[in-house]
Write a protein that binds this ligand. Structure first.
Ligand code: IPM
Ligand code: MG
Length: 369
């Protein structure tokens, strides 16, 4: 028997716990039907950790996250913690996890399921078959650059500062992930920055160009300004295969790309560290937030989190077949007309978080029979 796969689940705040319950169903199913067992531990992150420990992620939870094979996170934040000082906000827990686990490459696929092509606000013919992978740099840039802060000026004004900073190695390692992924896809990378106004953007462009020439000449590379990319994503999203970009532009463009697919409730993500000794730290989370307005009402869409679990099987455990089973079951349920509120459409059957989870498990049973 191979050693159990060690998994840390951090449900977080808002809808995090209720969507994560559906993942537990699938984990149990895998145990029962596929004889794959996970050692699952749970911990606190975000506002619930602030309430319990006074910090958005405790040192103990950080140590647990370091020790496991993969972390699965729900969502963090909510209005309850709006008054909390900046460095202790729920989001700071997530940023600490990303930074200290060294998760520099954030993979955010934007895929349009056939059954959901009408859920997009864009025309069906524009989004049908869409399959984009955004690779967002996650541990650098303006999110972590120094100096930062708010200071009082002698003239009574206040000054807020953040710093956008990238080094060659930071650019190379994330671009390498993008080129490697493109090789397994449609061999096209768009590298996105603002080289027309930012030195860090110019450096980004120069270094991606160098790496491309040296190691990835078989992949098509195009450079694009971030504002143009935002526009092109709406105009003709199918022109993109892999997009690689910095932390802040990646944050924005991935929300945009996600919404093109119809709902943020559908999109998973993987955050990966460097490979060391055949092992790679990884955290998986839905792209959506904690949605405090609908939390606790059993109406949230659990699919983004279930797809994040499928990404975990694929990237952390090399279980492509099982990942495909889960993706296939989700597709079947959608084809059958089952919809949570966020993707509801005329003629479809509206269902709760729980019923969506149960239906997916039922489909899994059929697929694995
Ligand atoms: C995301 C979120 C986070 C980010 C927040 C919650 C800190 O928007 O993962 O996209 O800005 O990175
Ligand atoms: Mg975001």
């Amino acid at each position: 028997m191979p050693a159990n796969k060690k998994l840390l689940i951090l449900p977080g705040d808002g809808i995090g716990p209720e969507v994560m319950r559906q993942v537990r169903r699938v984990v149990d199913w895998m145990d029962r039907r596929r004889h794959v067992s996970f050692d699952v531990a749970e911990g606190l992150v975000g506002g619930c950790a602030i309430d319990q420990h006074g910090v958005p992620v405790s040192d103990e939870t950080m140590a647990d996250a370091m020790a496991v094979d993969a972390v699965l996170l729900g969502a963090v934040g909510g209005p309850k913690w709006d008054g909390v000082p900046f460095d202790r906000r729920p989001e700071a827990g997530l940023l600490r996890l990303r930074k200290e686990l060294g998760l520099f490459a954030n993979l955010r696929p934007a895929i349009v399921f056939d059954a959901l092509v009408d859920a997009s606000t864009l025309k069906a013919e524009v989004v049908r078959g869409l399959d984009i992978m955004i690779v967002r740099e996650l541990t650098g840039g303006v999110y972590f650059g120094e100096p930062r802060g708010i200071t009082d000026l002698p003239n009574g004004e206040r000054r807020g500062v953040n710093t956008q900073v990238y080094t060659t190695s930071e650019i190379h390692r994330v671009a390498r992930v993008a080129f490697d992924l493109a090789r397994k896809r449609n061999k096209k990378v768009h590298s996105v920055e603002k080289a027309n106004v930012m030195e860090s953007g110019l450096l980004w462009r120069q270094e991606v160009t160098k790496l491309h020439a040296a190691e990835f000449a078989d992949v098509e590379l195009q450079h694009m300004y971030a504002d143009n990319c935002a526009m092109q994503l709406l105009k003709n999203p199918s022109q993109f295969d892999v997009i690689v970009t910095d932390n802040l532009f990646g944050d924005m463009l991935s929300d945009e790309a996600a919404m093109i697919t119809g709902s943020l409730g559908m999109l998973p993500s993987a955050s990966l560290g460097a490979e060391e000794g055949g092992r790679r730290r990884a955290l998986y989370e839905p792209v959506h937030g904690s949605a405090p307005d609908i939390a606790g009402r059993d109406v949230a869409n659990p699919i983004a989190t279930l797809l994040s679990f499928a990404m975990m099987l694929r990237y952390s455990f090399d279980m492509d077949e099982d990942a495909k089973l889960i993706e296939g079951a989700i597709e079947k349920v959608l084809k059958g007309g089952m919809r949570t509120a966020d993707i509801m459409a005329p003629g479809m059957a509206r269902c709760s978080t729980t019923v969506m989870g149960e239906s997916i498990v039922r489909e899994l049973d059929k697929l694995a029979a």
